[in-house]
Write a protein that binds this ligand. Sequence first.
Ligand code: GRF
Length: 208
Amino acid sequence: MSMKIAVLASGNGSDLQSIIDGISSGSIEATEISCVISNKKNAYALERASKNDIEAIYVGEKAFTSSDAYNEEIVKILTKREIDLVVLAGYLKVLSPFFVRSFKGKIINIHPSLIPAFCGKGFYGMRVHEAVIEAGVETSGASVHFVDEGVDTGPIILQRTVQIAENETAESLAKKVLEIEHEILPEVVKLFSQGRIVFSNGEARINN
Ligand code: GRF
């Protein structure tokens, strides 16, 4: 039986593309992307979905009276499609507690830093990399983690580091980190499809 995933994205969707590529190359088996959902009408992620015959769904926030109502709509869409795994790939909205509870242990996010450093409220996009450069640290990286009710606080599944060069800029670091993201995100999806990721007692474990 195939694992059904939904990808939520607000922007370019290069992380989404890494999963599409993983599936089409055969590296990720028994997995299909059932739909891509975005809160941004013009997100290139939606176009990538359509190009790959994946259902592309735009859910505009303005049509809803509250953030809770918006989240309930997304949960409805996911439930109807019997989604096994929700992947947040550059999705710039915090999920409501109802959303998180509805898909407990089935939602993952990719963050462009080594959590718990440079994450949480306000740390998104280039802001993350600017803060890393500003701090003068020697390494950064990317993290894939389970989503809980906090912001970037859920159990870490996989991380990979990058070295920061002497003349590194936020832009060059962003590029480096994105390359790493395109490795670890499909890797984690593959592990899920193999049933090798276990979420118990608030911790993530990878089984051999
Ligand atoms: C990535 O850096 C990811 O870590 C963050 O948003 C960015 C998404 O990039 N959450 P893309 O839209 O997938 O190209």
